[in-house]
Design a protein around this ligand. Structure first.
Ligand SMILES: [Zn+2]
Length: 231
């Protein structure tokens, strides 16, 4: 890894992270070969219809997911971004991941596009954090608590999307880490950053279909590249 960036030249830096970032912590991925959606039908576990039909089945599934995530730990790439955020202002993360790994590494400015495995919401009482093992399936009002995740068929949270777009269109350095870049709307992010005048850098084990949008593609693992790059 030879690329050196003079970060003091940049005021607002966005890290955009995807499944590859989590996969390096051995978190089971959802899409792709060997992904969760090859083993489980998402129609039965990850959509509102399934939840309405059999909430406990869906909640049991998410309980297993949460347990699997809690058995993993943030890697050196997560830690490097957390240290970097502590060291200066103007650092934010926009992530497609729902596993809370950036929080566990110590990052603060995190926009979770697809929600969080560690939040639930009640139809009557709104959203709250739930860091435990899904011991309570129901709110005190009797409603089943729904995982606060963007499921298949759900639209993205408008407020979250607006926040992400505002960060991306006002950054001057956009660093994409472990994203395939093909899932919409995330697929449009590097282009938005580029149009706004940001320098765009991609870190990925394999070049993505979107590599042409980036000024630089650094091929390699986030856990190896980031500690070096953000030193
Ligand atoms: Zn409630």
């Amino acid at each position: 890894m030879s690329l050196k960036i003079n970060f003091s030249n940049y005021e607002n830096i966005v890290f955009f992270t995807g499944a590859g970032m989590s996969a390096e912590s051995n978190i089971p991925t959802y899409r792709g070969s060997g992904g969760i959606w090859h083993k489980y039908k998402f129609e039965e576990y990850a959509c509102q219809v399934a939840f309405d039909r059999d909430p406990e089945k869906v909640l049991e599934f998410h309980k297993i997911r949460r347990k699997a995530v809690l058995e993993c730990t943030p890697h050196n790439g997560h830690h490097a971004i957390a240290k970097f955020e502590r060291s200066r202002g103007g650092v934010s993360i926009v992530t497609q991941n729902i596993d809370g790994m950036h929080q566990r590494a110590g990052n603060i400015n995190i926009t979770e596009l697809h929600g969080s495995l560690f939040r639930v919401r009640c139809l009557n009482h709104g959203t709250h954090e739930d860091l435990g093992a899904f011991t309570e399936f129901k709110c005190s009002c009797g409603q089943y608590l729904r995982p606060d995740i963007t499921w298949f068929g759900d639209s993205l949270d408008q407020g979250v999307m607006e926040k992400a777009l505002s960060l991306i269109s006002s950054c001057d350095l956009f660093i994409s880490v472990g994203t395939s870049g093909v899932v919409w709307p995330a697929a449009g992010f590097p282009e938005i950053a580029k149009k706004a005048g940001a320098k765009c850098i991609e870190i990925n084990p394999e070049p993505s279909e979107m590599s042409y949008l980036y000024a630089e593609t650094i091929q390699g693992k986030a856990g190896e590249i980031l500690p070096d790059l953000l030193l």
